[in-house]
Design a protein around this ligand. Structure first.
Ligand code: HAM
Length: 414
C-alpha cells in the first residue's frame, strides 16, 4: 500500500468521540447566547480581502503574514476568514442593520484560517464561537459581553480560567499616547530587533505583543495607555470595572494587553486557562467603536468576543468514549437478512439510536460488538424468534433477557 495523503499541516480531523464533546460545547454556548438575546449570523467562509485589510489592520500579524489569500478565476482577491468580527461588521453595513433596534446582537460559529506555526492548541484552521453587539457604547454592554463568555465557561465547567482586562482608550487618549510611545521607542531603538523597528513605525502598540526577549524588555518599561486615558475613556473603564465587581467577576487589570487586532477601542479582555500550556488564551475580545465606519457604515460602536472550540475541548480534557447506542440489532442468520432494515427502522422511528452487526458473522461476534458500542439493549432475532414474530431483548447491564413481539419493540425499549 502506498502512503496516501494526510490532512494539511496545522489542520486536524475531528473524530466522533471528540465531535461529541464539541457538540456539547456548541449546545451550551448556543443556549447561553440565546439567554443573552443574541441571534445567529452565518457569513461566507471567504470575503473580499479588503474586509480584513481594512477591518483587522495592516499592522497586525494576521494581515501581514497569516492570511490565506488567493485570486479567484475572475481575478478578485479573496481571503479565507481569519477572524469573525470584520465579516459581521461588513454584513451589518451591507444589510443596513443600523436601522434595526440597537444594539443588534449576533453570534456565530465558524472556521477561521490563519497561517500560524502549528503547535498544541494552535492550528491553521480553528473554529470559533463568537458574539458581537453592535450599536451601543454603553459600558454595561462590555460587562455583559464579558459576563456572557464567563457564563459559557461556567456552564461548561472549564477549569482554571482567569480574566485580564486592558484598555485601548478612545482616539483622544490614543493619539497623544502613540506619539509618546513612539518617542520612547525611538529613544530605545538601538535595543530593538529590525522587525520591531519596522513595526513601531506602523503601529507602536503592536510591540506589546512581541514574543522576543529584547522587545519585551523594552516594552516592560514603556509608558502604559492605562495611565494616559482621557476623562471619557477613564469613566468608561471605571463603569466596566464596577460592573464586573457588581457581578462578582474576578479580573486582573493588564496595561500591556493590546490583543492582535487593530480595531479595538476602550475595553479589551482575554480569558486564559492554566490547562492549555503555551497557547493559554481561551477567549478574548473587546470594544471596536470605529470598525463599522471603517467598513463604510455609519459611526456604530460595537463590542464582542471570540473563543476557540479546540481550546475549550483541550481545557476540558477527557473527551469520553463517544456516543453509546440505545440498541444493537443482531440478526446473524443470512436467511433473515431482509428483517434487519425494517427492525432498525421501527426502533429509529421510536426515537431510539440503534445500529447493527454489519458484516459480523456469528451471534458471538455481534454480542462483542454490541458491548463495545456501549449498547443498552441488544435485540436478537434468530429463526425461532422469526417464526414466532418476536425478538429476544437482552439488557446489556443486567444480562436479563425477555421475548418481545417485534411490533412492540419500539414501545418496549423507548
Ligand atoms: P482572537 O483572540 O484572535 O480574537 O481569537 C479568539 C480565540 O480564538 C482565541 O482566544 C483562541 O481561543 C482561538 N484561536 C485563535 N487563533 C487560534 C489558532 N490558531 N488555533 C486555535 N485557536 C485559536 C478574534 O479573533 C476576535 N475576532 C475576537 C473578537 C470578537 N473581538 C471582538 N469581537
Amino acid at each position: 500500500m502506498s502512503r496516501g495523503p494526510t490532512a494539511p499541516r496545522g489542520t486536524r480531523d475531528v473524530l466522533p468521540e471528540e465531535a461529541l464533546a464539541r457538540l456539547h460545547v456548541i449546545d451550551v454556548a448556543r443556549g447561553t447566547f440565546a439567554a443573552y438575546g443574541y441571534g445567529q449570523i452565518v457569513t461566507p467562509t471567504f470575503e473580499d480581502t479588503e474586509v480584513f485589510v481594512r477591518g483587522v489592520g495592516t499592522s497586525t500579524d494576521i494581515v501581514r503574514k497569516e492570511m490565506y489569500t488567493f485570486d479567484d478565476a475572475g481575478g478578485r482577491s479573496l481571503t479565507l476568514r481569519p477572524e469573525g468580527t470584520a465579516p459581521v461588521a461588513r454584513a451589518f453595513v451591507e444589510h443596513g442593520m443600523h436601522k434595526r433596534q440597537l444594539p443588534v446582537k449576533l453570534w456565530y460559529l465558524a472556521p477561521m484560517f490563519r497561517y500560524e506555526a502549528p503547535q498544541a492548541g494552535r492550528y491553521r484552521e480553528h473554529h470559533q464561537l463568537g458574539a458581537e453587539a453592535l450599536g451601543s457604547d454603553d459600558p454595561l454592554l462590555d460587562v455583559e459581553a464579558i459576563a456572557l463568555l464567563a457564563e459559557v465557561y461556567r456552564r461548561l465547567d472549564v477549569p482554571g480560567v482567569r480574566l485580564s482586562v486592558g484598555d485601548m482608550g478612545d482616539a483622544a487618549s490614543r493619539d497623544p499616547y502613540r506619539a509618546e510611545l513612539f518617542a520612547y521607542l525611538r529613544a530605545h531603538e538601538g535595543d530593538l530587533p529590525p522587525e520591531a523597528r519596522e513595526r513601531m513605525r506602523d503601529n507602536p502598540l503592536r510591540l506589546f505583543d512581541a514574543a522576543d526577549e529584547a522587545t519585551r524588555a523594552v516594552m516592560h518599561e514603556a509608558p502604559r495607555l492605562l495611565d494616559r486615558l482621557s476623562d471619557a475613556a477613564a469613566e468608561h473603564r471605571r463603569e466596566v470595572l464596577a460592573g464586573l465587581d457588581a457581578l462578582d467577576i474576578a479580573y486582573e487589570e493588564d496595561g500591556a494587553l493590546v490583543r492582535g487586532l487593530d480595531y479595538y477601542t476602550n475595553t479589551v479582555f482575554e480569558f486564559t486557562c492554566d490547562r492549555l500550556g503555551a497557547q493559554s488564551g481561551i477567549g478574548g475580545g473587546g470594544r471596536y467603536d470605529g470598525l463599522v465606519e471603517e467598513l463604510g457604515g455609519p459611526p456604530t460602536p460595537g463590542v464582542g468576543f471570540g473563543t476557540g472550540i479546540e481550546r475549550i475541548t483541550l481545557a476540558l480534557g477527557d473527551i469520553g468514549d463517544g456516543a453509546s447506542l440505545d440498541c444493537y440489532v443482531a440478526i446473524p442468520d443470512p436467511a433473515l437478512r431482509d428483517r434487519l432494515l425494517p427492525v432498525l427502522g421501527r426502533l429509529r422511528s421510536a426515537g431510539l439510536s440503534c445500529d447493527a452487526g454489519w458484516g459480523a458473522r456469528s451471534l458471538k461476534s455481534m454480542m462483542r460488538q454490541a458491548a463495545a458500542r456501549g449498547a443498552r439493549h441488544t435485540v436478537i432475532i434468530g429463526p425461532r424468534e422469526a417464526a414466532d414474530g418476536v425478538a429476544t431483548v437482552r439488557d446489556m447491564r443486567s444480562g436479563d433477557q425477555a421475548q418481545v413481539p417485534i411490533e412492540d419493540l419500539g414501545r418496549e425499549l423507548a
